[in-house]
Design a protein around this ligand. Structure first.
Ligand code: PMP
Length: 392
């Protein structure tokens, strides 16, 4: 019997799978050096410490039960302490809400903060996971470009001067995915002031802030205005498998998110939240663990940038990689990174062309490289393959 299925929601019309991601999936072969993925290095994740914490949690039965929707209370208390240090003020536990990775915070916040058709400002190039969420929410998306000091707040100002009224501005303030850049302190302050003056929300999406190499990231945008909701995550400092992210948001936002969280999944996992609590509360251990991840990533980033500059010279401009997981490369000689991709894959190296992250700009001459999962020798080989594919 042939059946015609009922339609899907019209608001999903704008959602599409990325053609480039599909291509990369098809060509993921073991001999290809993967600089495309965007994953933290599992070899650096604290397996033994996680096993001890899991064992401790499993000595009781609480970890087997449903937990509170806003998160296990002791975890929220630990996070409130950590965020108090980060934000330079006493963060109340009521302002802290634990989500299934920070990705779920984006999705719940879109439901809480956006009417259909609301204007959302994103950065260009953009974090694709945020674009997916805002498109699914039926938002009207306007992009503001990035430069070396993060979001071009002057372009946002022009938008506001033209009478545009965003409900929400999304920014990845530290070690941008995919752009690699960090927003300057002056722009952070200016963005927060605009949010307060024009009455819009800012989501400061900060999963990479702890992964600085030489010096800590500047003060969060959220330091400057209560309109800024700050998202962070255990994914990059411990492991994404915990699916522990959190937001710091005013109490009414947290209460609205709680109602939606109940509808979405009732609550997070008590087991992984208990494990995360033990690790995040163990300050001495955590500092030394995150230090070792920073050190490894910092060395890899330096190798990658050095090799790119040595092999390509003036043909490329790349970000300095002062933290996080990504280097953004612009070809100054007109190389088209979409056209280059099949040849690069054949030569044994994968990257993501800039166009995969484009909102308004086309970024056909750019690429995102992720340095986290390759050692120095592998990164050197990767750049060699890339240079050969790009016809040195
Ligand atoms: N925001 C940004 C900018 C990211 O790059 C990611 C992970 N790729 C996330 C949010 C989501 O991370 P998680 O859900 O693992 O916390």
């Amino acid at each position: 019997m042939s059946a015609t299925l009922p339609p899907l929601a019209g608001k999903l019309g704008g959602l599409r799978s990325s053609a480039i991601r599909d291509l990369l999936k098809l060509t993921a072969r073991p001999e290809v050096i993967g600089l495309a993925g965007g994953l933290p290095d599992a070899e650096l994740m604290p397996r033994e410490r996680l096993a001890v914490a899991a064992d401790n949690a499993l000595r009781g039965t609480g970890c087997l039960q449903y937990t509170e929707s806003p998160g296990w209370a002791p975890l929220r208390a630990v996070l409130a302490d950590r965020e108090s240090v980060r934000l330079g003020r006493a963060v109340d536990v009521a302002e802290v809400f634990v989500t299934h990775g920070s990705q779920q915070a984006l999705s719940l916040l879109a439901e809480v903060l956006l009417e259909p058709g609301a204007l959302v400002v994103v950065e260009d190039p953009a974090y694709v996971g945020a674009l997916q969420v805002f498109r699914a929410a039926g938002a009207r998306i306007v992009a503001v470009p990035l430069d070396g000091a993060g979001m071009r707040v002057d372009v946002l100002k022009d938008l506001l001067a033209r009478g545009e009224r965003p409900a929400l501005v999304h920014t990845v303030s530290n070690f941008h995915n995919p752009g690699g850049v960090t927003q300057s302190p002056a722009r952070r302050r200016e963005l927060a002031e605009l949010a307060a003056a024009h009455g819009f929300w800012v989501i400061e999406d900060d999963p990479y802030g702890e992964l600085w190499f030489d010096r800590p990231a500047p003060e969060p945008v959220a330091t400057y205005s209560p309109n800024v909701i700050r998202l962070s995550s255990a994914s990059k400092i411990i492991s994404p498998t915990l699916r522990v992210g959190w937001m710091v948001a005013p109490d009414p936002v947290c209460r609205a998110v709680e109602l939606l969280k109940q509808g979405a999944d009732l609550c997070g996992s008590a087991l992984t939240q208990q494990i995360a609590t033990e690790l995040l509360a163990d300050e001495t251990w955590l500092t030394s663990h995150v230090d070792s991840v920073r050190h490894a990533y910092g060395e890899r980033a330096k190798t990658l940038v050095h090799e790119l500059r040595t092999r390509f010279g003036d043909r490329v401009r790349c970000t300095d990689a002062t933290g996080g997981m990504f280097v953004w490369v612009d070809f100054t000689d007109g190389t088209d990174t979409e056209l280059l991709l099949p040849g690069a894959l054949a030569a044994g190296v994968a990257y993501v062309p800039g166009s995969a992250f484009a909102v308004d700009g086309d970024y056909r001459h750019s690429m995102r490289l992720c340095f986290t999962t390759s050692d120095a020798a592998t990164l050197t080989a990767a750049v060699d393959r890339l240079a050969r594919a790009a016809g040195e």
